[in-house]
Design a protein around this ligand. Structure first.
Ligand code: HEC
Length: 148
């Protein structure tokens, strides 16, 4: 099962790399949309609207980690123009953006480590693992995203 998942992930990633040559804006927006979906699932479980399960918790955390480690690859020079809400500050303050990416990836990596083989055992464990990851959204968006 794990091999299958990894294989599919590798296929997806190679698909993304192929797209990147053409349209990095579309790729990074798709990656963030997956982050939004994982955050939505997490929020629903935290609020008790969706019953918590370790498998779902693990899936949401894995999505965050995959996004955090790939997102930064899709901001080449010139991709500030177009159908994007990425702020010019990403390119003006590349080091600061990298720091925000690194923190997101570090928090997601810690959540992966905490989630173990079967996912966080219960909702409390899931909240403890995912909480810090969710703390990255607002700060990065406020600094590096324009409201349109
Ligand atoms: C390191 C910075 C960073 C972090 C952390 C981050 N985002 Fe984003 N996000 C962005 C940027 C930049 C965009 C705009 C991308 C574009 O339009 O090119 C974006 C766009 C989005 C979008 C819109 C995608 C679309 O289809 O246009 C959603 C939804 C989103 N983020 C959700 C989240 C959530 C939820 C989190 C926290 C779990 C999060 N983001 C964390 C930088 C970040």
């Amino acid at each position: 099962m794990r091999k299958l998942v990894l294989g599919v992930a590798a296929l997806c990633l190679s698909g993304m790399t192929a797209m990147a040559a053409d349209d990095p804006i579309a790729v990074r927006k798709h990656i963030m949309a997956s982050v939004g979906a994982a955050a939505g699932l997490s929020g629903s479980m935290m609020k008790g609207e969706v019953a918590y399960s370790p498998a779902a918790g693990k899936s949401a955390i894995a999505t965050m980690a995959a996004a955090a480690s790939s997102f930064g690859s899709f901001f080449p020079e010139g991709s500030d123009k177009g159908d994007t809400t990425a702020a010019p500050k990403i390119w003006e303050d590349a080091a600061g953006f990298q720091t925000a990416l690194d923190k997101f990836a570090a928090d997601a990596g810690a959540a992966v480590a905490a989630s173990g083989k079967d996912g966080p055992a219960d909702l409390e464990a899931f909240k403890a693992a995912m909480g810090p990851v969710m703390g990255n959204c607002k700060s990065c968006h406020e600094a590096y995203r324009v409201k349109k």
